[in-house]
Design a protein around this ligand. Sequence first.
Ligand code: SF4
Length: 689
Amino acid sequence: ATMREARIKKTKTVCTYCGVGCSFEIWTKGREILKVQPREHAPANGISTCVKGKWGWDFVNSEDRLKKPLIRQGDMFVESTWEEAINLIASKLTNTMEEHGPNSLGFIASSKCTNEENYLFQKLARSIFKTNNIDNCSRYCQSPATAGLLRTVGYGGDSGTIKDIASSDLVFVVGANPAESHPVLATRIKRAHKLHGQKLVIADIREHELAEMADFKIHPNPGSDLVWLSAITKYIIDQGWEAKEFLENRVKGYEDYVSSLEPYTIEYAEEKTGISKKQLIELATMIHEAKSVCILWAMGVTQHLGGSDTSTAISNLLLVTGNYGKPGTGAYPLRGHNNVQGACDFGTMPAWLPGYEPIENEKVRSRYEKAWGTELPKKPGLNNHQIVEAIHDGKVKAMYLFGEEMGLVDSNINHVEAAFEKLDFFVVQDIFLSKTARYADVVLPASPSLEKEGTFTNTERRIQRLYQVLEPLGESKPDWVIFQEIANALGANWKYEHPGDIMKEAASLAPLFAGVSYERLDGWKSQIWPVQADGTDSPLLYEKEFAFPDGKARLFQVEWTPPLEVGDEYDLHLNNGRILEHFHEGNMTYRVESIKKKVPNPWLEVSPELAKERGIKTGALVKLTSPYGEAKVRVWVTGHVKGNQLYFPMHSQEDESAVNKLTSSYYDKHTHTPNYKEMHVKMEIIKSE
Ligand code: SF4
């Protein structure tokens, strides 16, 4: 190597953005990030990356990074020492717990942080503060998909790997926009479509990039997915096309399920979904004729009143057609954040300990009580939606949140902010003074992924290690270090020296991760859960058994919940989602100059028909009003949307153009995931061009 190369440090890391879990080398000199170098041995992505993974790292050196703890004094934040901040948190949370009971505390975990950090945070909440009031942002996104899979096949994760998707005969994407939300995964689909003749079918209300190249597509009425899914399943059964042997040997509840499909005739589906009979039959036929089918879905399915039931209907369709347990088949709820899978897997949920074992189960709980040397709370706690309501009701008094911009990404944020204002004590731990942090009493400076070690779990259930690229900036610290300091300030005597020690403990307690170890994850190696004690992992689920004690899958009966009726006043349907360049609230991507220059602000997609009717052009400024709030945004006239449907990317740094000023507090009844995608607004023109 040349002298110059010798001074360059090359470190393997895992992308901090989406759930595809691309890994690559980062080349640095001091704190300068020279480049992102993909390597062909990266298990999820090979040499592919998207714009965010390739260019989206400058935020780590942003001047806005928090470098010291801050403590509120009146309307101001004053810098403090770590000791002062930790002691204040330890005493305030303890006092609240003692005065109002453990369930007066709420804990919000982070899907951006590592498995080890999430594990430790739930240990802190449960073992030190004796509450199960803990949740993470999967409540805003994929909890309904998890519910649908737990009901039918038993594991809340993708059935196979990204490679498996590429090997499928027919890929069916429902309510997801992988080309912008999971770009490298979309590249795999595009390649398989082009080179191997893989069939691509899309169901979406919007004409997105993959829809443009699809072999077949449907644009159903918003909120009607359960109806057409059940109707094509029924049609397949009526034709005698169901997978008879598979159903007989591996699935329970078939007879009852078939009778529950009675109402979902093709005629009924045509009426409710707006998809023609001919198209529905064609779709059912394509699924029947394909040798292997996998279904990918995301927020377009889950963020509805009936999100869990629609996710269940997807899994039912796969079961009826025998599309589980073979390469190229199965269910793929696409995970949004880099580690939303891992945050759930490692127990930051109100009803589950790590590895999806119920806190209510005494045998499970006592295993943890023995290991942690303390009694744990028995009843499931509140989820993040319930925590917000409990703050409004005066029941939750103090909250500890890390790495989550709840004040922008939760629905109906006017209501959420009003809750923050009611808290007696609020700790926010983040890399920036986020919008949420502005309501805090103590703000702790954390370190982003490049400044720490640990593991992330991607959408394929693949656990991968990240190695430290840079030193923590200023006085910032990795989140796990902070949790340990708080626990030890309260006499816990935790002695984790490295995240590997935390994983070792988690693996010893949660059977799902029994054989996970840092040695087996060394370098570019990865493990896909469930991992047996001998290290054998599980790229493809359900080959022999489904994850129930009897090994059989369940067909689960569901009913359609129509979207909420709204008054005539709110005459336009507002959809929302991601764009390629930005990530969520944009706290990271808006601090990357090259990305910000390219896409400086959000916009509103308006159909050519509606633009003509209202007399507006691209660049017009409009005000949107819903029953919950208002937002101002510039218009882009585009054929991506049709008729009275609008599309509003969710990435906004400004209060004025935040989509969640408009969303409601209604939610999926089984999981409390907000119905972000069932929004109606009226539009007023402020400037027509
Ligand atoms: Fe990162 Fe996702 Fe892009 Fe891969 S596809 S580089 S994981 S944002």
